[in-house]
Design a protein around this ligand. Structure first.
Ligand SMILES: Nc1ncnc2c1ncn2[C@@H]1O[C@H](COP(=O)(O)OP(=O)(O)OP(=O)(O)O)[C@@H](O)[C@H]1O
Ligand SMILES: [Mg+2]
Length: 251
């Protein structure tokens, strides 16, 4: 990737400039927890997350959801439309879990949330991505009324698609995080990634197929096992996840 200009290195991905309208996302094997305070390397995770993300973006596109997805190289690279990211994380919850209990300890663990609960968090690492009100988003002009409605609507649709997808595989879709961005023309697309790093899925025994494993155990081997199981359930390949990726951009 030496020929492409690195524009951002985050906790789980490197983002390079491909051309005026598109970016190359390279999924790293790094895994973090507690806002980046716990760090480890899980060999194979980058390929698995890129592959799952590409799979889910295609699934959403097949259902008429507009996303930033353009192309997947088969390894750890996902090519996407270059967007102005809206600094808001949208969390959709189907069952009570995780940080919800820190906010209000009145829910029962895994209590069904129907209709799903939507939360907005302002993306700011120093502030630990605080919960914000819909009114905050409007008053600060992060979003217009129409954009907020649109984003809520799309988030619920995405949640519905993924919930059905996992239910048909006897898995419970607990919650997920989405990011959105704007094209130059102001169109809003689903951005970033959709993988075991950004949603929670459990089987009927309560075993996680997502990053929760690492948050609890800090064990990369257990995390990789869960991600391989997730990939198998989804139906994407796992045989080549330790094979070095070809660097097409330098050939
Ligand atoms: N289509 C897109 N266009 C521009 N930027 C994007 C797009 N999709 C995702 N991003 C941004 O690219 C970065 C991906 O890197 P990564 O997910 O590793 O970041 P991170 O460590 O989670 O940090 P943060 O999300 O707080 O910036 C994120 O900042 C994400 O918001
Ligand atoms: Mg991220």
């Amino acid at each position: 990737m030496r020929k492409l200009q690195l524009v951002y290195e985050g906790k789980s991905k490197r983002v390079y400039s491909l051309d005026e309208d598109s970016l190359v996302m390279e999924f790293k094997d790094d895994v973090t927890a507690l806002n980046g305070n716990v760090k480890a390397i899980a060999m194979g995770k980058g390929v698995l997350s890129a592959r799952l993300s590409a799979f889910f973006f295609k699934l959403l596109e097949d259902h008429g959801i507009k996303t930033h997805f353009l192309n997947y190289d088969g390894c750890r690279i996902v090519v996407v439309k270059r967007l102005n990211i809206i600094p808001v994380e949208v969390i959709v919850r189907n069952y009570a879990y995780g940080s919800l209990f820190k906010r209000i300890p009145l829910y029962r663990p895994l209590q069904r949330l129907d209709p799903p609960l939507i939360e907005f968090h302002y993306k700011d690492d120093d502030l630990h991505d605080p919960l914000v009100l819909e009114e905050d988003l409007i008053r600060t002009r992060l979003l217009t009324h129409e954009e907020l409605d649109f984003i809520k609507n799309v988030s619920l649709k995405v949640n519905d698609i993924l919930t059905k997808f996992f239910e048909s595989r006897n898995l419970k879709f607990i919650d997920m995080k989405l990011e959105f961005g704007r094209t130059k023309k102001g169109e809003i697309l689903v951005a970033d990634e959709i993988s075991g790093d950004t949603f929670r899925v459990v089987d009927d025994q309560g075993n996680h197929l997502d990053k929760e494993i690492f948050r609890r155990s800090r064990d990369v081997a257990l995390l990789l096992k869960a991600y391989i199981r997730l990939a198998q359930v989804v139906g994407v390949g796992i045989d080549d996840i330790y094979t070095p990726c070809r660097d097409y951009y330098n050939e």
